[in-house]
Write a new protein. Structure first.
Length: 441
């Protein structure tokens, strides 16, 4: 029994799944909303792709397919990347190239092998058994190839390749496109395409992939190097700011200490109302300069005092429970990076919440031989992950998102682990670092 609809339906559904797999892998979104709308979108894309594929199979001018039909399907999957998978138009072109080349090579290889070895032509009406075999082998082979390719891809879906990258990616595909429709250029039938032609096509496609991915790798290397320099500059500047504030706090504390003795002397004088009013005003003036926190780590005291003052102005409740002795394992720059960035991110998130729910919980101390740092703050906004890492939600992603990167880099310096999660409307940052053996837990 022939089933003419099985192959176009199977290929279209398979390619939609594999295209999403190439971009997102097998991970699921943290929050799935509007399931009906998502289902309707998937159904619409499936039917649209099925219509194009059916038209393509009916309009083939040769065993390898015409360029017009190839580009029509490519345009469809380009729209899927932009509209369905929410990828910017520049990066979508890159994913389209990475997806189409191995897909065509795998399908053509299976097509020719089945035709030459078993005499099965799956380009038209085909028996159910051979059709299912073709779809199964195609799916397994393409999934294996894409899984290997994903290991070399840059997983940052927010990047936007520049015009030069787009040109180089397009130029790298031209040799493959020429070989892809060899049957369109030469008077060859389906059964005349030899294995040597397939091998040459696979080599051409492989070279095109290497050029495209290699170009991305080189660009990504320079981007990461630039980001590293930016983070190092931010860490150095942040540390310098806290060192400057440390000197200021020490000076203020000394002044406060001296003035406290002066106030005691004044209070011992005659009970003159004017003196008491003067003392009360002095106490009010020096109150903001008093060091509020005594954790056992002077630099941590400064960071907490600085952030607590910011929280006070913004109506945020900061609740710290910090063992400063456990933080001695951290270098000053790393301590500033971890707690400075963590509290800055928490403060920024709290500003977007209602005033009554603005609260930051900070815990840091030793637990069974580990330094555990826990930062929790309300966060109602939907967050996105990439390979287990959170992506910045700011529109200008290129110039943001360095806070968590800096924290992760500092933690990895001590062979520690960093985890982020959202639960019950709260964002939780947890850091785990092994304490040196000589430090008490």
């Amino acid at each position: 029994m022939t089933v003419s609809w099985l192959i176009p339906v199977g290929l279209t559904a398979m390619e939609l799944f594999l295209l999403r797999y190439l971009v997102y892998g097998l991970q699921r979104e943290e929050q799935k909303k509007e399931p009906v709308k998502r289902l309707l979108l998937c159904l619409f894309l499936l039917l649209s792709g099925l219509f194009l594929r059916t038209h393509r199979m009916a309009a083939k001018e040769s065993g390898m397919g015409s360029y017009l039909n190839i580009f029509s399907m490519a345009a469809f999957y380009y729209v899927v990347l932009i509209w369905g998978l929410k990828i910017n138009w520049r990066l979508s072109f890159y994913y389209l190239v990475i997806f189409d080349i191995p897909a065509d090579v795998c399908d053509l290889t299976i097509f020719v092998v089945m035709l030459r070895n078993w005499g099965i032509d799956v380009s038209g009406n085909t028996e159910a058994g051979p059709a299912l075999l073709y779809l199964l082998v195609s799916f397994v082979l393409r999934l294996a190839v894409l899984a290997g390719i994903r290991r070399f891809l840059n997983k940052d879906r927010s990047r936007r390749p520049d015009n030069l990258q787009l040109f180089l990616n397009g130029a790298a595909v031209l040799p493959f496109l020429y070989m892809r429709d060899l049957g369109f250029w030469l008077p060859l039938g389906n059964d005349e395409i030899g294995y040597a032609s397939l091998l040459f096509l696979a080599l051409t496609g492989g070279i095109s992939l290497i050029l495209v991915i290699g170009n991305e790798k080189i660009v990504n290397y320079h981007i990461q190097r630039s980001e590293l320099l930016i983070m190092q500059h931010m860490m150095r500047r942040q540390h310098e700011q806290y060192e400057t504030r440390k000197e200021t706090v020490n000076l203020v504390n000394q002044k406060y200490h001296d003035m406290r003795h002066q106030l005691v002397a004044i209070l011992g004088m005659e009970d003159v109302e004017a003196i008491h009013e003067y003392v009360a005003s002095l106490r009010q003036e020096i109150k903001p300069y008093e060091t509020f926190f005594r954790t056992g780590n002077q630099l941590m005291d400064i960071i907490l005092s600085d952030k607590a003052e910011i929280c006070r102005k913004k109506g945020i409740c900061l609740i710290p429970a910090v063992d400063g002795q456990a933080l001695k394992m951290l270098e000053a720059a790393d301590l500033c990076t971890i707690f400075g960035n963590a509290l800055d991110n928490a403060i920024e998130s709290c500003e977007k919440e209602e005033s009554g729910s603005r609260r930051i919980l900070l815990k840091a101390g030793s637990v069974q031989g580990f330094l555990v740092i826990h930062v929790e703050n309300p966060c109602k906004k939907k967050l996105y992950r990439e390979e287990g890492r959170l992506l910045t939600t700011k529109p200008d992603a290129k110039n943001h998102g360095y806070g968590l990167q800096g924290i992760r880099q500092a933690v990895e310096k001590y062979q520690g682990a960093m985890d982020t999660e959202t639960k019950n409307g709260h964002f939780v940052l947890t850091l785990l670092l092994a304490l040196p053996e000589e430090m008490p837990s």
